[in-house]
Design a protein around this ligand. Structure first.
Ligand SMILES: Nc1nc2c(ncn2[C@@H]2O[C@H](COP(=O)(O)OP(=O)(O)OP(=O)(O)O)[C@@H](O)[C@H]2O)c(=O)[nH]1
Ligand SMILES: [Mg+2]
Length: 243
C-alpha cells in the first residue's frame, strides 16, 4: 500500500479556545507531513480568532469557519471534502479537547502504511483504555459499541471512536452527501460504509483521557440518533455508498 505524503488532521471545534492553543503545536510536531484543518462553528469564545492568529505564522494550519453550530458530522464531511479538493492522501479525525493524544498519530500513520485503509484509534481493543471518565459515561460508550457491533455486524471493539486515520480511497468511495448524523452515529456510519465497501479497517490501541478544559457537547439527542442509525444501516434504509 502506498506511503502517505500529505495528511490532513481535521479537527472540529466549538468553544475550545484553551484547547486549540495547546493541541495545534502538539499535532504539528508529530510529523512534517501532517497539516491541520480546524472546522470551527462560529464559537462564541473566539476559538476561530485564535486559530486565525496561529495560522498567520504557520502554513500547515488551515481554518474553515462556519456561521453557526451545525454539528460534528457535517463538520467532518466539510473537512473530508476539503481534503479531497486539496489532494491530501489521508485524513485524521481528532477531537480538539485533548482526549486524543497527538503522540499516537505516528502509530496511526504506521499502521496505515503497513496496509490499512482505515485505522481506528481504539479504546477497547486491548482492555479498556480510558482515563478519568465517570463509570456511567464509560458504560454508555462501551455498551454503545457492543450494541452497534451486534446490530450492524461490524467486528470492531470501538465503533464510536473519534480518533482515526482514513485513506483518500475510502473518502472517494463514500457518498459524503448522504452522511447526515451528528454525534457518535457519524462515527459508526463512516466505519460502516468503509467496511461495506470492502476496505481494510484495523484497530490500533490508544488511551483516551477525559477533557480537562471546556465543556462537553454530548447530549441525549446524540445517543438517540446512534440507537436508530444502526438499525437503518442494518436494513439498508440508509446508503452512503457510491457503488
Ligand atoms: N465544528 C463543530 N465541532 C463540534 C461540534 N460539536 C462538537 N464539536 C467538537 O467535536 C469534538 C468532540 O466533541 P466533545 O464535546 O468533546 O464530545 P465528546 O468527546 O463526545 O464529549 P466530551 O469529551 O465528554 O466533551 C470537540 O473538538 C468539539 O469541540 C459542532 O457542532 N461543530
Ligand atoms: Mg471529548
Amino acid at each position: 500500500m502506498e506511503t502517505l505524503k500529505n495528511i490532513l488532521a481535521v479537527m472540529p471545534t466549538y468553544n475550545e479556545r484553551e484547547n486549540v492553543k495547546k493541541i495545534i503545536p502538539e499535532i504539528l510536531e508529530t510529523d512534517q507531513r501532517v497539516s491541520i484543518l480546524v472546522v470551527d462553528d462560529g464559537s462564541p469564545d473566539g476559538t476561530g480568532n485564535i486559530v486565525n492568529e496561529i495560522k498567520s505564522s504557520e502554513p500547515r494550519v488551515h481554518l474553515l469557519e462556519r456561521e453557526k453550530k451545525l454539528g460534528l458530522g457535517t463538520a467532518y464531511v466539510a473537512g473530508f471534502k476539503y481534503a479531497l479538493e486539496h489532494d491530501f492522501d489521508a485524513v485524521i479525525e481528532i477531537d480538539a479537547d485533548l482526549s486524543h493524544n497527538p503522540k499516537d498519530i505516528p502509530r496511526l500513520i504506521k499502521r496505515a502504511e503497513d496496509g490499512a485503509h482505515f485505522v481506528i484509534g481504539s479504546r477497547y481493543v486491548s482492555g479498556v483504555n480510558v482515563v478519568n471518565w465517570p463509570l456511567r459515561r464509560l458504560l454508555l460508550s462501551y455498551f454503545a459499541s457492543f450494541y452497534a457491533r451486534k446490530v450492524t455486524g461490524m467486528p470492531f471493539r470501538d465503533l464510536t471512536a473519534g480518533f482515526a486515520l482514513i485513506r483518500r480511497e475510502v473518502l472517494e468511495a463514500i457518498n459524503l452527501d448522504n452522511i447526515r448524523s451528528n454525534g457518535y452515529a457519524f462515527q459508526i456510519e463512516v466505519k460502516y460504509f468503509a467496511w461495506k465497501c470492502g476496505f481494510r479497517l484495523i484497530e490500533c490501541p490508544i488511551v483516551f483521557t477525559e477533557r480537562v478544559r471546556g465543556d462537553s457537547k454530548m447530549n441525549k439527542r446524540i445517543v438517540i440518533e446512534a440507537i436508530t442509525m444502526v438499525w437503518k444501516l442494518r436494513f439498508g434504509m440508509h446508503s452512503g455508498l457510491k457503488r
